[in-house]
Design a protein around this ligand. Structure first.
Ligand code: ADP
Length: 350
């Protein structure tokens, strides 16, 4: 598989504020890649730069080897072979569904436009609604029309900016998985902007975690969760706590849960203080274990319960127990740790 989209060291600015700071990414053809990060980290700016709606001050953007943007040259948005789907659907209110879908197909005959619109309505599950107007559709249906409109021009790449965030949770999940399937069937590469990590985890082949305009990690969901490359990613992705420890060999740290063995060496002096990431799924119920803590918070999740356990040392842990392990607030619970990967960072200095 080749790389369809290449961002090479791009910088975007608003006045003297740098919104995207030296970003490099390569997205494989047919993949759905996600830009994930807190509000203001530069996700929309990156998407707009790829679309040709923002200039870049440094670097280059290429699609299938063809240069789209450099600081001195920018191909017009409509010549980039891109489709876009926005958060607010952005349908034309005075046009019916078929006219909306066919908006970019001015050179096609009427017959072709009708055929394409019918095919796309079937693809997005809206057969029979061609004559409706946007105000006669639900939010989910409007977003399906927006997707059909983006697909109508047969783009190489589709850009989606928080497309599901106005929808309720159930619909959001269903539609995001459907969109992934539609793109896969049509062989279209996608970039999805979201601040919702469960959405990113559910649909992405690769995820770029961003903070303050800088790429933190470009990885699969599994890699981000189990092997975060820095403290920001470890904090931002998934749940977990940091437990103080001491480096006892180059690849093991002693904590109050015992010695945790890793599979890589830390290039730090022995006895250095480190914070070890402990995920809820690292802490398992075990009535025979000497380790215990008192339940100070519980969150029922259906198949699991996330307990916050306070240890006698004062440290707190999150634990994910199968939900038939029903413990009361204040109850002492025994557990063992099953930390498969040692992830540790020097303590925060601030
Ligand atoms: P995100 O999509 O991750 O929320 P944005 O790309 O919208 O982030 O914004 C990145 C940074 O650029 C933010 O600090 C934001 O305030 C700033 N910014 C975005 N758009 C503009 C604009 N049109 N003018 C000035 N600053 C902007």
């Amino acid at each position: 598989m080749s790389h369809l989209l290449e961002l090479d060291n791009i910088v975007c600015r608003y006045g003297d504020q740098t919104a995207v700071d030296g970003l490099s990414l390569r997205v494989r053809e047919g993949h759905l890649a996600c830009l994930l990060g807190p509000s203001g980290c530069g996700k929309s700016t990156i998407l707009r730069a790829i679309a040709g709606l923002e200039p870049i001050y440094q670097g280059s953007i290429k699609l299938d080897g063809r240069t789209l943007s450099t600081p001195t040259h920018s191909l017009a948005p409509e010549k980039r072979q891109l489709g876009m789907v926005f958060q607010d659907y952005a349908l034309f209110p005075h046009m019916n569904v078929q006219q909306n879908i066919c908006f970019g197909l001015k050179k096609h005959s009427r017959r072709d436009r009708q055929r394409i619109s019918e095919e796309l309505l079937a693809t997005v599950g809206l057969e029979g609604l061609a004559q409706r107007y946007p105000h006669e559709l639900s939010g989910g249906q409007q977003q399906r029309v927006a997707l059909a409109r983006a697909l109508a021009v047969r783009p190489r790449l589709i850009l989606m900016d928080e497309p599901f965030s106005n929808l309720d949770v159930d619909l959001r999940e269903r539609l995001s998985l459907e969109v992934k399937q539609i793109l896969a069937e049509q062989g279209i590469t996608g970039i999805l902007v979201t601040h919702d990590q469960s959405e990113a985890f559910a649909v992405s082949d690769m995820i770029a975690v961003l903070n303050a305009g800088k790429l933190q990690q470009w990885d699969t969901a599994f890699g981000l969760y189990h092997d975060p490359c820095n403290r920001f990613v470890a904090d931002f992705i998934g749940k977990g706590v940091f437990l103080r420890g001491r480096l006892v060999t180059p690849d093991s740290v002693e904590t109050e849960l015992g010695i945790i063995q890793g599979d890589r060496a830390y290039d730090l002096p022995l006895n250095s203080t480190l914070d070890v990431l402990v995920r809820p799924d690292d802490i398992l119920p075990d009535a025979d274990s000497p380790l215990s803590g008192v339940v100070i918070h519980k969150a029922f999740k259906g198949s699991e319960i996330i307990y916050t356990l306070q240890l006698d040392t004062g440290s707190r842990l999150l634990s994910s127990f199968p939900s038939h392990h029903d413990h009361a607030m204040g109850e002492r619970v025994h557990f063992r740790s099953d930390i498969q990967h040692l992830i540790a960072f020097p303590p925060k200095t601030d």
